[in-house]
Ligand binder design. Sequence first.
Ligand SMILES: Cc1cc2nc3c(=O)[nH]c(=O)nc-3n(C[C@H](O)[C@H](O)[C@H](O)COP(=O)(O)OP(=O)(O)OC[C@H]3O[C@@H](n4cnc5c(N)ncnc54)[C@H](O)[C@@H]3O)c2cc1C
Length: 466
Amino acid sequence: MLPDPSLARPRIPSIAVLGGGPGGLFTAWSLQRALDRPVHLELYEASARLGGKVRTARLGPRGVPYEAGAAELYDYSALGEDPLRELVAELGLATRPMEGHAVVVGGRFLANLDDLESALGAEAASALRRFDACAQDRLSPAEFFAADLEGGSASEAPGHRFSAFLDRVPSRGARRFVETLIHSDLATEPERTSVGYGLQNYLMNDPRYLKLYSIEGGNERLIEALAQRVRAELRLEHEVLRVSRAPSGRLRIAWRSPRSSGEREHDLVVLALPLEALRRVAFEGELLRAALARHIADYDHPAHYLRLTLLFERPFWRARLQDSYAMLEAFGGACLYDESSRTPGAGYGLLGWLLGGEAARAHAKLDDATLLSRALEELPFEGALARELFVAGAVHRWSDAVNAIPGGEVPRSHARRHQPEPHAHPELFVVGDYLFDSTLNGVLDSADHVAHAIAARLAESSEEAA
Ligand SMILES: Cc1cc2nc3c(=O)[nH]c(=O)nc-3n(C[C@H](O)[C@H](O)[C@H](O)COP(=O)(O)OP(=O)(O)OC[C@H]3O[C@@H](n4cnc5c(N)ncnc54)[C@H](O)[C@@H]3O)c2cc1C
């Protein structure tokens, strides 16, 4: 007897999320909350761990924790909705504020304009005062907050670079100060980024614009908490190699793992991959291939990081540096984190150097021992004592890992950013920090957008079917 078609139950939609970094996990989490119907969710992750560039690693005989990737989270809650802050609270994670006031120039800690004036002279202080006023005038805290909202970023002539804006600062000392302050956050050089992104990275040092915090016990706790709550079939060590249209009309994923390889079909696919990973995936079919090539070209502004972490018997620097971090002139502008300040009362001392841009890319070619030795040479205090108390070090290379002009030169609508080929492949989405501001906050906004777009699409298709 033939089955009665009226009794056939509609198939549960199958969604594949590619990438188990923050973007993939945020997508899975946001989908769970946005959807009002059951779905079958599969999360493909190429490596053996979740978390991508959020990684709390361990160092030395005691295995002390340090941040090997993302160091801080950004708190916008004083200006408006802050989905990341809300998520962290919802997951019950304790947080710790992070603060840094000083830029170290010529071995001197410059924490305010008076320090700057005494170190670099009245002309530099006055030029910096004018630059600061001009930056605030171009971007108020409310505009800064709105920059990543739909239609919030002011349009800028493509090719207009932050270096041209900085060149208008009449004092070399003031210019150098600003470059040092922002270099490690930008992860690129002023001539490779836009005026808007340069200004955002300058203004984020002002607590009226932004505050910084980290997660107690390590930022990777965020990943662990999400992984425990996300309801998805987890496919670790599954590197996705290819996306194509199957004869069934669904999207087909080809993957390989250390032991096998295979293909699976899904109704919806979300590529939660950074650009450098997206480049390695093959897209079949002329339209899809061309659309993804255009998408990658739109955001193709690679920026670089290099993280050096050194463990010492004790935090011998506390008379000079009490903050969570300071900016150093060394390496064209680097951030020096007191990693041990994340664990109050820790007997050990832990310093992390975050190099950005060209310095990060060039130094990444050197071996670990040379890099750790360079870090010690560039320490702005107690170099001899540092060598004496040094216990162990670690190097993490992150070339091409972030974006010099996130959001692209030409801001597009959120819908357009997240669907590279909306006409013939409306069920294919991308999620990425490179679509917003190269941060965890940005990749959560991206995941939220896609989850709501998918919810709307599923609601529409079930209405059509009814
Ligand atoms: C050194 C450094 C410091 C940073 N500091 C901060 C900070 O302080 N604050 C902040 O907000 N942000 C910071 N960032 C940026 C932040 O880490 C990113 O915004 C965030 O990790 C982006 O998440 P993602 O999931 O898009 O990408 P990723 O974190 O890169 O995760 C992508 C995942 O996809 C997997 N993958 C890749 N290819 C495939 C494939 N073919 N198939 C399946 N899986 C695949 C990868 O293994 C990885 O797990 C920093 C980044 C770096 C490198």
